[in-house]
Design a protein. Structure first.
Length: 559
């Protein structure tokens, strides 16, 4: 081989080495300069991981300290697919331990484009602990709460539900979500090459949510639900609603809806069962609304309870002929008797004496057509037609509780105002939040103390001799009103087969401690409030008075 050829090969080799060195140098410069930040982040992500630590959700208690909604400790299992060397084997092992089909886990664990996937949210702690002992690289574990409702069906529609992320989705869980949720913490851990945690480098502790104490009494609530279940079954009704209210404080001691459901099964419950009818739904009240008309004419000084009217069986109002519920001849009835006998003709006669402008003003004054402000999400304001849109026959419909829509909580709060000497108090479900003061409630006078007293006396006549005799409670005086209302048929008229039966009253009538409303939707076999709803009122009242140890005010009537 010639010397020239050797030199040429040496020079060629040197050139190749120089090019390789230059490429290596350029690569190093590029990696250390251009890619340094991104590579550093990648390395850091492989050895460090920040995990959010959810805060414990506050407990919801009833007024006696009984837990209605609590957090139970579970363990959430997650994975970093980039740290998992054999996704199939991990899927089989994790699936067997947690009771999850491996075929469900494998696609998630095999996706190396993701650094975090859930293996199981809120898994059984014992099962998760057994899996953790396997020491599988790429799997992680942290404690997490699962919301549970230890009382099951009690107050389910009121409490609502908190979902898998512990955020309120309905009811008071939604209304109070910010208060109950707290603030999550964060924890940064260092992992070894196999993905196992070896140190915690920083930690921000979570701040627990605050506990909430309700005005509900779980014993009163459970009894009300039991009475409603029996009432719905007895009358084949679509549903029933009951409210037990302290008229002096506005505290709701019970807010029951039947049919009910187990609050722990909220996601699988039909939406129609989830609704809190007491606050969200509107119904035509029927004769319980006559209280407004009577209060108006008394307050305006147009009549007294003893003022008498000669009343025929029917009355013509514009293009409508309206008659009383029971066939009768022309009678002379006092204002008190108009209310106790629930005379439609009498109520319309009083309304015409009052006039539509003043009647509309009293409807507004009693709070109809506007929300009560109760601390529950989505409250309906009811349906009240403005006076300037009334037709000629409206003055004949509205005074007897037709053509107007109210909510049960509105009606209960109105009777609460009468029980409270004429002063309306804002109804509420939350007594206080731990560490906080009780809420400041709105109060205003609707009628004078004298008028409230006259109304209570007349409402006692409803129970002692009128349409509400089945609402009587042995040993106690009761004041209240029955209601029987045809339901709108959706075509501008009223159904001949679907009714709402209701009773709302106060007990003991001499010094009211409770206001109780019972509303039964679409009963069958009987439709009258005095027959369907009044007995349920009596059962609820009798239990509550004994439970609260309220002394009898009419011991001579005790059986």
């Amino acid at each position: 081989m010639s010397r020239r050829l050797v030199n040429r090969r040496v020079r060629l080799l040197l050139a190749v080495l120089l090019l390789a060195f230059a490429g290596t140098l350029a690569r190093a410069v590029w990696l250390q300069g251009v890619r340094a930040a991104s590579l550093s982040r990648m390395a850091m992500s492989q050895h460090r991981e920040t995990v959010e630590i959810p805060a414990g959700r506050g407990t919801i208690y009833d007024r006696t300290g009984v837990q209605l909604a609590i957090g139970e400790q579970d363990t959430t299992v997650y994975a970093d697919p980039r740290q998992i060397r054999d996704p199939h084997a991990v899927a089989v092992t994790a699936g067997r331990a947690l009771g999850i089909p491996p075929a469900t886990l494998y696609p998630e664990l095999a996706d190396r484009s993701r650094g975090f996937v859930y293996v199981a949210r809120k898994a059984d702690p014992a099962k998760a602990s057994a899996l953790a002992k396997e020491g599988i690289s790429g799997l992680g574990f942290y404690p997490e709460e699962r919301r549970t409702y230890p009382q099951g069906t009690v107050a389910a529609q009121v409490l609502g539900y908190a979902g898998v992320d512990n955020h309120g989705l309905a009811g008071l869980e939604l209304q109070l979500d910010k208060t109950l949720s707290g603030t999550p913490g964060r924890e940064t851990i260092v992992k070894d090459p196999f993905g196992r945690a070896i140190d915690v480098v920083s930690q921000t502790p979570e701040r627990e949510g605050r506990n909430v104490f309700l005005t509900l009494d779980h014993t009163i609530q459970a009894n009300a639900e039991l009475v409603l279940r029996k009432t719905v079954a007895q009358w084949g009704a679509k549903s029933a609603t009951a409210i037990v209210l302290d008229p002096h404080t506005g505290s709701v001691l019970a807010m029951a809806v039947e049919p009910g459901y187990d609050a722990n099964r909220f996601p699988s419950v039909p939406p129609r069962l989830q609704n809190n009818h007491a606050v969200l739904d509107v119904y035509e009240p029927g004769s319980t609304f006559k209280l407004v008309t009577v209060a108006g004419v008394l307050s305006e000084g147009l009549v007294t309870p003893s003022t008498a009217f000669t009343l025929p069986y029917s009355i013509q109002v514009a293009d409508r002929t309206i008659h009383d519920a029971e066939k009768r001849g022309t009678e002379r009835l006092t204002v008190a008797q108009i209310l106790s006998h629930s005379s439609n003709v009498g109520a319309i006669t009083l309304a015409e004496k009052l006039g539509k402008e003043q009647l509309g003003s009293w409807i507004t004054r009693f709070g109809f057509g506007q929300p009560t402000g109760i601390d529950f999400p989505g409250e309906s304001q009811g349906i009240v037609l403005p006076v300037d849109q009334w037709s000629g026959s409206t003055i004949g419909n509205v005074p007897i509780g037709q053509g107007i829509g109210v909510t049960p909580i509105q009606m209960a709060s109105v009777y609460g105002a009468v029980a409270n000497g004429g002063v309306w108090v804002e109804p509420h479900l939350v007594d206080h939040v731990s560490g906080g003061a009780r809420p400041v409630l709105r109060r205003h006078r609707i009628v004078a103390t004298r008028i409230a007293g006259e109304l209570k006396t007349m409402l006692q006549d409803v129970v002692s001799e009128g349409t509400g005799t089945l609402a009587a409670v042995p040993g106690y005086t009761v004041a209240g009103k029955t209601g029987t209302a045809q339901k709108p048929d959706g075509h501008g008229g009223y159904s001949s087969s679907r009714y709402v039966a209701s009773f709302v009253g106060m007990v003991p009538a001499t010094r009211p401690r409770l206001v109780i409303l019972v509303m039964v939707d679409e009963p069958r076999g009987a439709i009258w409030g005095g027959v369907v709803a009044a007995p349920a009122f009596s059962q609820i009242a009798q239990f509550d008075l004994q439970y609260l140890e309220v002394p009898p005010d009419a011991p001579a009537t005790a059986k």
